[in-house]
Design a protein around this ligand. Structure first.
Ligand code: IPE
Ligand code: IPE
Ligand code: MG
Length: 245
């Protein structure tokens, strides 16, 4: 599949694409495999989509890898996911760094197993100056938790007299979220068909275009990404105003 042969409008690309990578378990179940094999296969999709986004010059790619609610899963699945995360970082870090990708984590990773925290900190530090694309991994991420930690930090700063309540604009508030000064997602993709947000980026997706496919995450290819972007480009983003057409 060649991106150049596609009728994409290069002046109307999403700056920030966010993805709820869902359906690993269903992919595995359909093939009579353990759920963990679905997660392993899903890791290959992450690599594919990072590469595709680089090729498309997307500025920010955010993927939802583990939610604050995913701790409710069986312990063996949770630890498999954590190990997979380390494996992914160990395998892909060097290449991502060479490709000038900056890795960021959305979520509180301090409570993850020690080897995860170490891998993450190494990846963050190594890639912190990179420019071409920001790759956000949402791990132990919950939209409500993110908003609450912002409120708490702001409350602290108010009580210490470092900021006035009247100065808290939407922009200031946004800068206290994990996404800091990054642009909000323009396009949110959810695989495996569920019609919900599952506590993802609640503040940031106020005006994001949603694209949901029944395709599961392990099956998701560059072709599906291009389909999503093509449909995104047909949307009339009014932001509450009137159409330009
Ligand atoms: C998404 O796949 C991966 C994570 C949530 C970590 P699931 O594991 O949720 O797959 P389904 O929804 O059970 O098919
Ligand atoms: C959302 O998927 C979280 C991630 C993709 C990491 P879930 O599978 O956890 O979502 P629900 O439980 O179906 O809402
Ligand atoms: Mg799921």
């Amino acid at each position: 599949m060649d991106i150049k042969n596609r009728n994409l409008e290069f002046n109307n690309m999403p700056q920030h694409i966010a993805i709820i990578m869902d359906g690993n378990g269903r992919w595995a179940k359909k093939r009579l495999l353990p759920r963990t094999m679905g997660h392993r296969e899903g890791m290959k999709s992450i690599k594919r989509i990072v590469e595709a986004c680089m090729e498309l010059k997307i500025q920010v790619l955010t993927v939802f890898a583990f939610s604050t609610e995913n701790w409710r899963r069986p312990q063996n699945e949770v630890s498999y996911l954590m190990d997979l995360l380390i494996e992914f970082l160990n395998k892909e870090l060097q290449e991502m760094h060479e490709n000038d990708i900056r890795i960021k984590i959305l979520g509180d990773f301090s409570s993850l197993p020690k080897n995860c925290v170490d891998s993450i900190e190494h990846a963050l530090q190594l890639t912190s100056e990179n420019q071409k694309m920001t790759f956000n991994l949402a791990i132990n991420y919950g939209g409500r938790t993110e908003i609450l930690q912002a409120v708490k930090r702001l409350g602290q700063e108010i009580s210490e007299g470092r900021i006035n309540t009247s100065d808290i604009s939407e922009e200031v508030f946004s800068s206290y979220l994990y996404t800091n000064t990054m642009p909000d997602p323009d396009l949110l993709i959810r695989t495996a068909g569920e019609l919900r947000l599952s506590n993802f980026l609640l503040w940031q997706i106020a005006y994001t275009e949603l694209w949901i496919t029944d395709v599961t995450w392990p099956e998701f290819t560059k072709e599906h990404l291009l389909q999503a972007i093509t449909e995104y480009q047909k949307r009339d983003r009014r932001f509450g105003g009137l159409s330009h057409q």
